[in-house]
Write a protein that binds this ligand. Structure first.
Ligand SMILES: [Zn+2]
Length: 157
């Protein structure tokens, strides 16, 4: 699929990314501001390795920040209970605050370094390319045959 590579930002043939809710939201926001380019985002094969590194980093940071968020949430919720604050309102308030905190944390990471999933892996993409490659290979074989015929004709002369 032709599109703009997410990593090198060049117009390239590449693996289309999975347009999840985050990309759709970003697009909707861009459309609202009139700055949507309507481009298809892809990962070109040359950038696949770099993409995988960034995607792994992104998944890791989401995991780490989720854990940090949960620890902060527990720190907010548990100690008051341990110290005998059984006020339901306070407990409820702390839970809501924690949820908002985690959501804000994850949203921030998502905005700063969001790396979406691709619709397929490089192997699958190259597998498709191979099906195309067969057709190309056939063409090459045909032209070499033609060339061979030509040269054999030359020899006869
Ligand atoms: Zn690229």
């Amino acid at each position: 699929m032709k599109g703009v590579c997410l990593i090198c930002e060049k117009r390239r043939e590449g693996i289309p990314i999975n347009e999840g809710p985050v990309i759709k939201t970003i697009r909707a926001v861009k459309r609202a501001f009139g700055i949507a380019k309507g481009t298809t985002l892809v990962i070109c094969p040359e950038c696949w390795e770099e993409y995988n590194k960034r995607r792994a980093g992104f998944e890791k940071s989401i995991l780490i920040w989720t854990i940090i968020g949960i620890i902060i949430a527990l720190a907010l919720i548990v100690p008051p209970i341990l110290f005998g604050d059984w006020n339901v309102f306070n407990i409820f308030r702390n839970i809501v605050m924690s949820i908002i905190l985690i959501a804000v944390l994850l949203a921030l990471i998502g905005l700063v370094r969001y790396i979406p999933k691709t619709t397929m892996t490089l192997e699958e993409y190259e597998g498709k390319g191979k099906a195309k490659g067969k057709a190309v290979g056939k063409k090459i074989r045909e032209t070499t045959k033609r060339k061979a015929k030509k040269s054999s004709r030359k020899k006869k002369r």
